[in-house]
Design a protein around this ligand. Structure first.
Ligand code: GLN
Length: 535
């Protein structure tokens, strides 16, 4: 590493949901394309220790890292933009920071001092960020602060970042503030007041932003840009228009064309460096492939958390990565499995059916019927985690005649527990970070469909589950045509099932969606979308 790391702090104003994660990922991408060793960190000021216990319909999906972190979904954006794995330390929460401080206090490390937010909590926040920079030898760390300026929870974090600017120097730390310039339907004029107010709020706590990323529908008007610049005390060239784009992957180019790279380099005192054209052309090719589609493919995603598309965000992306690779636009209809019973026929019009992860009883019967429907009607089916488990239950009932087959997650008394608790889970009562998590190696049977899809006899995939296939049933299943072609932990866990002879019927216990990247779709997604296209 040349010298110390530089830090880019991204804060949010006005309201949530402006795409701070995309702005942060895009800035990091620009740094990466300029040859810098960069990574991202997400600060979540909420009191949960991690995202694992949060409802996906309210907060979006739980993104699982290689090392088994249950993280905020922005970590997924960073991984996809940078094509780089993140460790769970990259998602810092209030609970983690306070736990560290309280543990240190209990060990007597503060030597009698009164333990306070400033300096003890703020020091721990700064240390957590600096530890990542040092341990990964990063040149640039982009740190995104969750929430909106003015939230009580984010105050200690913003205070820590303010201190960091003072301590590290203004050529090592810069602040990018993401705001909104809404246009009113009737007049169509872009309004600057919300931005003015949110910059004022930031300044009130001692932070002057160096750059503003202004979200707007259409490109920021020149006079609006001027007004924002003068009221927020941010140079005109640092007021960046982040207007709506067809794909989030277009945002790095949008920022680049407004001189963002040169400005960041100048502010952080780094020698101007030319972007590496090879990497840029690869990135442009990937962005282009999301647009140049030769037709559509219609996928039904049947699940429980369909009320918010973000609750399956990585699955959505993985399907689209696969579509782009084979030149198709993937149209996804999210279907609530609870509302499906009695109306299964509507699934017949889709090119493929996917069942993503889930928990609990609600909507489970709808998923079981969906898995049977796809099997009987020869419609391509991809099941993920819960979609794997319920495909096994559906097969036990529909093909093996075990009418009461179930997972013990739903019916602990079933006579045919086709899916049962992982043995090490017996006696575990805490819900946080106690599932089987993170990357595990899987042996794939050669000569199987999965073997052909992965072209390898060993793969490593991420997990998040408490239940697994009861291998007692494998013989009965295979007699009736469902085979298990992937195992982990010395064959103790079944990981992949398939039905030879079906157009495409594959389900996996792991979560392949977390490994899918733009331009590099995860293999089973690619195979599923391909099969859905072929009639
Ligand atoms: N509820 C199931 C289990 O815990 C599946 C989990 C999931 O789909 N992520 O094993």
């Amino acid at each position: 590493m040349q010298g110390r790391a530089k830090f880019i702090f991204v804060t949010g104003g006005v309201m949530s949901g402006l795409g701070k994660g995309i702005v942060s990922s895009s800035i990091a991408k620009l740094m990466q394309l300029s040859g810098k060793k960069v990574s991202c960190v997400k600060i979540d000021p909420y009191l949960n220790y991690d995202a694992g216990t949060m409802n996906p319909v309210a907060h979006g999906e739980v993104f699982v890292t290689e090392d088994g972190g249950e993280c905020d979904m922005d970590i997924g954006n960073y991984e996809r933009f940078l094509n780089q794995n993140m460790l769970k330390t990259h998602n810092i929460t209030t609970a983690q920071v306070y736990s560290k401080v309280i543990e240190a206090e209990r060990r007597g490390e503060y030597l009698g001092a009164c333990v306070q937010i400033i300096p003890h909590v703020t020091n721990e926040i700064k240390d957590a960020i600096k530890r990542i920079a040092a341990s990964e030898a990063l040149e640039i760390v982009v740190v995104e602060v969750g929430g909106t300026v003015g939230d009580i929870e984010s105050l200690p974090f913003l205070e820590a970042l303010r201190q960091m600017r003072l301590e590290e120097g203004s050529d090592s730390v810069m602040f990018v503030h993401v705001t909104l310039a809404p246009s009113l339907e009737v007049v169509g004029e872009q309004k600057t007041k919300p931005t003015q107010h949110s910059v004022q709020e930031l300044r009130r706590i001692g932070i002057q932003p160096d750059m503003l990323a202004v979200r707007c529908k259409k490109e920021l008007e020149p006079d609006v840009r001027k007004k924002i610049s003068s009221f927020s005390n941010v140079e005109l060239k640092d007021v960046i228009s982040c207007h709506d784009a067809a794909s989030v992957l277009e945002v790095p180019r949008m920022l680049h064309s407004q001189g963002v790279v040169e400005e960041i380099f100048r502010k952080l005192g780094m020698p101007a460096q030319l972007s590496r054209s090879e990497e840029w052309s690869e990135w442009d090719r990937i962005v282009e492939s999301t647009k140049s589609a030769g037709g559509h493919v219609r996928i039904a995603m049947v699940g429980k958390y369909v009320k918010l598309a973000d609750s399956y965000v990585s699955v959505n992306h993985a399907l689209r990565h696969a579509g782009s690779k084979i030149g198709r636009l993937v149209d996804i209809d999210w279907i609530d499995s609870e509302e499906l019973n009695g109306n299964l026929e509507r699934l017949a019009s889709y090119d493929g059916i996917i069942v993503p992860g889930g928990f609990g009883e609600r909507g489970a019967e709808g998923i079981i019927n969906t898995a049977n429907f796809a099997r009987e009607r020869n419609i391509p089916y991809l099941g993920i985690c819960f979609g794997f488990q319920l495909a096994a239950v559906a097969f036990a009932r529909g093909a093996c005649g075990l009418q009461d087959a179930n997972t013990t997650e739903i019916n602990p008394q079933t006579k045919n527990p086709v899916i049962d608790l992982l043995p090490e889970q017996k006696g575990v009562s805490n819900k946080g970070a106690t599932l089987r998590l993170g990357a595990h190696e899987i042996e794939v049977s050669q000569g199987s469909l999965a073997g052909g899809i992965y072209r390898s006899d060993r793969i490593s995939k991420r997990h998040r589950h408490r239940y697994e296939l009861n291998q007692k049933y494998i013989g009965e299943f295979s007699d009736k045509g469902m085979v298990f072609t992937g195992f982990s932990d010395g064959r103790r866990r079944a990981e992949i099932l398939e039905i030879p002879g079906h157009r495409f019927y594959v389900a996996v216990q792991y979560h392949p969606e977390f490994n899918s990247r733009p331009g590099h779709p995860e293999e089973v997604f690619e195979a599923f979308v391909k099969a859905s296209v072929q009639k």
